[in-house]
Write a new protein. Structure first.
Length: 828
């Protein structure tokens, strides 16, 4: 016992020191210079056509000082490959999942320019200097190039700007609209990042969406090196974008709306798989959950206090001396039993995994990787070492499929042996604690499958992306019938196909709660629908007030996890006193009530690529007011959330877009297109339901592992007409692929004092075991009769609260269609 206490103290002391070192080192990072700078005069202009060849949907041109290859696809997408000087073989990033089909093209020469007609679009290619302009079907200029310049280590394209707003851009601090800002892509361990100083964050998605009155378009750079977008910062009416090498692949994605561009972009880079339902529940975490008794205590306390939760995360504390794929034998002597015990309490276990492998000859993973040459080497063939948690660390060379397969096997064995349900991929930028750029040194070389060797700096941004691909494959091998849950800190376009992203080490400050809104919304527009932040803040000490505000907002973010650093105060909901504990319980419980709605939104993200957490401008692009709103957002299309992002605020202004809205808490109907003032007591969160929405909910459970309730409830807010297509399946397996799912359609229409509601199964391949469907109609006044199946409904089947204007109707869920007519006058 004494020994254990001694080593416990030692371990906790070491963790605290690590946290301090981490903080110290990362301070430098905040003022780090940008990497993407260049001197315009040192670049030469790409120009002059020598040859022009059309082949299928492609045009190849030999220029006076380089090459260009332009491909035309359906949906108006154009792929451009530019080479300054001689052609280099580009590196496949893996971002592209599926390109749109090739378009048929017609080319004609007009003066010195080439005009390309493809579908309803037209492209004009100029050669002096080289530039492309795209026009849509109404001949409106969508996107115009001015010139392209390059040097041995730069390729930059300039375009003209009009009144564009810019969105997406991946993981960025700052406001929603990126007009006037400079974005740079270099995955970095951005500990404690900040609004104004941070240039680099953990995850690089070089994709922006531009909107102006007449046109919307996306620009996506598909290169794994450092890239950048200047969205009118240097020159207000110019956009430039480029990369730190002499060639670049990019895509122009025109669309009528932001939605269309997001759908096309996610069609190209892939969409998220259906997540397991449990991963949409509440997750609890803190760097310091050890020994195993502590983990149990946290889990038991959640259950005792009736705070619903599905997942406990294990941070690096569980490992044996920070060796990946191991458990500390003193503090976690029976990991499998732990996972089983947690499972019996309704919890899944998610374990952190870093890519860095401790350099230790006694350690099997290191020995095997070293013997097989799986770790990253430098030009002299020596294994590159760096410093991470276990001190001297080596880094798998994930660029080779052989290394990824090895990692997949390790992940598979780990999952199978210990019964862990999810992997939290951290430090995968990759992070290194001592290097100037906090990552692998420039001397690090990666070997590609085709035998080429490249310097780390040319492929830096896909390191973590490749790692999560390997982990995902490991999951598939371990349990092909189950849906994987992976969380990642680093990412690249397409990462949504494998992992959810959390936005790393934020701070316990209101400013960070506020910045999470545009950050998550823009990540959502960049294809990453499954996104969240450390609720309460990671670094620094959270206050009770901040926690109350954050736990409320977190209930309306796609990924919902409380997490913090080991040397910050405890951050479990009950550690802030009775009031905040109650607030936490209420919001987490509400999250569990809304799970059918949330799951349905994830199904939408899976099928269309549209985000779950979305800026108002996505659904109301025609309303100029919404262009820059980033202190409120939509959670799915039907709920508008206006969190309190400042300390001490007891009310706030909320903009409600056109149409009418219901106050979620009071059912009061409010006309949209205006700003209202909402009271914001500590336990309040301004929340509104779009009129005509149908929100599926169920009775909340303490965990999704408890069998689903026998009732599904549709909260209907009828004004004119509305509909919902509700998707359901077993929530955990891949059986939906064999047709084991249901699509249930709910339609309602209000006509001459009569409200009609129709329910029908469009598909019924999954046996939900449910007994009833419950309709809860809001805003119902003066009920006179209810007709169901052509006859007056039995009063036992319904209940009407006249004061609240709420009518509840119970229908047996037999699989048959239902038609209900409610004769009344609805609240105007
Ligand atoms: C990194 C992660 C953080 C984690 C810590 C220790 O800072 O971002 O979430 O707690 O490492 O593993």
């Amino acid at each position: 016992m004494l020994r254990l206490i001694r080593i416990y103290r030692k371990k906790i002391g070491r963790l605290q020191r690590l946290a301090e070192i981490y903080l110290q080192n990362r301070k430098l990072n905040l003022s780090q210079n940008k990497l993407g700078g260049f001197n315009r005069d040192e670049l030469q202009t790409l120009k002059g056509v020598k040859t022009f060849v059309v082949e299928g949907n492609r045009i190849f041109t030999e220029l006076a000082n380089g090459q260009a290859e332009i491909s035309f696809y359906q949906d108006g997408v154009v792929g451009v490959k530019l080479y300054g000087g001689t052609r280099k073989e580009p590196i496949t990033t893996g971002a592209i999942h599926e390109l749109p089909k090739a378009a048929e093209i017609e080319v004609c020469k007009e003066g010195n320019d080439y005009h390309v007609e493809y579908q309803k679009y037209r492209a004009v290619i100029k050669f002096d200097p080289f530039a492309i302009t795209i026009y849509n079907n109404t001949r409106v200029k969508v996107c115009a190039g001015l010139q392209t310049r390059f040097s041995v280590d730069k390729m930059v394209v300039w375009k003209e700007l009009k009144e564009e707003h810019f969105y997406a851009g991946g993981e960025q601090t700052g406001p929603l609209d990126k007009r006037g800002r400079y974005l740079e892509y270099w995955n970095t361990d951005a500990f404690g990042y900040h609004n104004d100083q941070t240039i680099h964050t953990y995850c690089s998605i070089p994709f922006v969406i531009a909107t102006r009155d007449s046109a919307t378009y996306g620009l996506f750079i598909d290169e794994p090196c450092c890239g950048f977008f200047d969205l009118g910062r240097e020159e207000p009416d110019r956009l430039y974008f480029g990369v730190n090498q002499s060639f670049m692949r990019y895509y122009i994605i025109p669309g009528e709306t932001i939605k269309e561009v997001v759908e096309k972009y996610t069609g190209m880079t892939g969409r998220m798989p259906l997540p397991p339902l449990w991963s949409l529940g509440f997750h609890i975490s803190k760097w310091s959950y050890f020994p195993v008794e502590k983990v149990y205590k946290i889990a038991e306390t959640l259950r005792r206090k009736k705070i619903p939760a599905d997942v406990v995360h294990l941070d690096i504390d569980y490992m044996d001396g920070f060796r990946v794929f191991t458990f500390d034998p003193d503090f976690f002597p029976h990991p499998r039993k732990m996972a089983e015990k947690l499972a019996s309490m309704g919890f899944k276990t998610v374990a952190i995994l870093d890519p860095g492998v401790k350099k230790d000859d006694e350690y099997q993973v290191y020995r095997e990787g070293q013997e097989k040459g799986y770790f990253t080497k430098n030009a002299d063939g020596e294994t590159v070492t760096g410093e991470v948690w276990p001190k001297e660390t080596v880094f798998p060379d994930f660029y080779r499929s052989e290394v990824r397969s090895w990692w997949s096997r390790l992940v598979k064995d780990f999952l199978t042996e210990y019964g862990v349900s999810g992997i939290w991929n951290d430090m995968n930028e990759p992070s290194e604690l001592t290097d100037l750029y906090r990552t692998l040194p420039e001397s690090a070389r990666h070997r590609l499958d085709d035998g080429r060797e490249v310097s780390h700096r040319f492929v830096h941004n896909i390191y973590g992306f490749l790692e999560v691909q390997a982990a995902f494959a490991g999951f598939r091998e371990a349990a092909p019938e189950l849906r994987p849950f992976l969380l990642s800190r680093s990412g690249f376009p397409g990462v949504q196909r494998y992992a959810a992203i959390w936005t790393g080490d934020n701070r316990s400050r209101f400013q960070h709660l506020a910045l999470a809104i545009p950050m998550n919304c823009n990540l959502g527009l960049s294809g990453v629908a499954f996104v969240g932040n450390d609720v309460g803040g990671f670094n620094e000490h959270c206050t009770a007030e901040l926690f109350a505000r954050w736990i409320a907002m977190g209930a309306f973010t796609p990924f919902y996890r409380v997490h913090s650093i080991c040397n910050a105060r405890p951050q479990e909901p009950w550690t802030f006193g009775a009031e905040v504990e109650k607030i936490s319980r209420e919001f987490i419980t509400l999250r569990y009530r809304l799970l059918p709605y949330i799951y349905n939104q994830f199904y939408q993200a899976h099928t269309t690529g549209l985000p779950v957490m979305r800026p108002l401008v996505l659904d109301y692009q025609d309303d100029p007011e919404t262009a820059t709103i980033d202190d409120e957002y939509l959670f799915g299309p039907d709920l508008l959330v206006a969190p309190v992002t400042e300390e001490g605020r007891l009310e706030r202004k909320v903009y409600l877009p056109r149409g009418s809205w219901f106050d979620f808490w009071t059912d009061r109907r409010i006309q949209g297109g205006s700003r209202i003032t909402a009271p914001t007591p500590l336990d309040g969160l301004p929340l509104y339901v779009r009129a005509d929405a149908v929100i599926p909910v169920w009775q909340p459970r303490q965990s999704t592992s408890v069998p689903p309730p026998k009732e599904l409830i549709f909260e209907i807010y009828p004004v004119v007409r509305g509909e919902l297509t509700y998707y359901e399946d077993d929530g955990t397996t891949t059986r939906f692929r064999n047709g084991e799912y249901n699509l249930l359609k709910v339609e309602h229409e209000q006509n001459l004092g009569q409200l009609a509601v129709r329910i029908s199964y469009l598909t019924r391949g999954y046996d939900s075991g449910r007994e009833n469907l419950i309709l809860r109609l809001h805003g119902v006044k003066e009920l006179s009769r209810i007709i169901w199946g052509g006859e007056e409904m039995d009063p036992d089947q319904w209940c009407y609260e006249a004061g609240a204007g709420l009518l509840e109707i119970v229908l047996p869920d037999t699989g048959d269609n239902h038609e209900v007519f409610v004769k009344q006058g609805l609240d105007e």
